[in-house]
Design a protein around this ligand. Structure first.
Ligand SMILES: C[S@@+](CC[C@H](N)C(=O)[O-])C[C@H]1O[C@@H](n2cnc3c(N)ncnc32)[C@H](O)[C@@H]1O
Length: 154
């Protein structure tokens, strides 16, 4: 998540925190705030219209039907995103699990404050020019090619 004061990231697992700290150190990034915890708790603390950009890149897919309620992108979370994002800013969701792509698209577009920027299939099949390939993406563990869904917050 990006705001005027820099990037903010939440990570619930200690090994993920360690990897992020190492990357921040190696790349000498001066403007990253990292919090160990759940992104849903973090976002609840943000002021209305305070974020310039949100990336949700390859979130845990929870592919088993009985686990899907654990997925991050759900209507309640989308409503919180709409609250904290500034008008006109972008949300990107990427996954390589087809069912998660379908359900995330439905969840985001169910909130009338978001619109999908895609005009044709290449817009979601091709990595956007500003996308940085992630470690999980490279593992190709999903059941479809990566899809990139960009939305604009009205
Ligand atoms: C499949 S990994 C992908 C990591 C990275 N985005 C990538 O593409 O390489 C999912 C990541 O999301 C984190 N995560 C899962 N649920 C989360 C939540 N509710 N809040 C914050 N982070 C979460 C996990 O700890 C893990 O680091």
């Amino acid at each position: 998540m990006r705001s005027r004061s820099g990037s903010k990231s939440a990570e619930p697992f200690i090994d993920g925190v360690a990897k992020l700290l190492t990357a921040i150190d190696e790349q000498k990034l001066p403007n990253v705030k990292l919090r160990r915890g759940d992104a849903r708790d973090l976002i609840a603390q943000f002021a209305d219209a305070s974020l310039d950009r949100v990336f949700i890149l390859f979130p845990d897919p929870w592919p088993k039907t009985r686990h899907r309620k654990r997925r991050l992108v759900q209507p309640d979370f989308v409503a919180e995103l709409a609250r904290v994002m500034k008008p006109g800013t972008k949300l990107r969701f990427a996954t390589d699990w087809a069912d998660y792509a379908d359900r995330a698209l439905w969840a985001v577009l169910s909130d009338e404050r978001f619109s999908w920027t895609a005009d044709r299939a290449d817009d979601w099949r091709t990595p956007p020019p500003d996308h940085v390939t992630t470690r999980y993406q490279e593992k190709r563990l999903g059941d479809c090619v990566p899809v990139f869904l960009d939305f604009v917050r009205a």
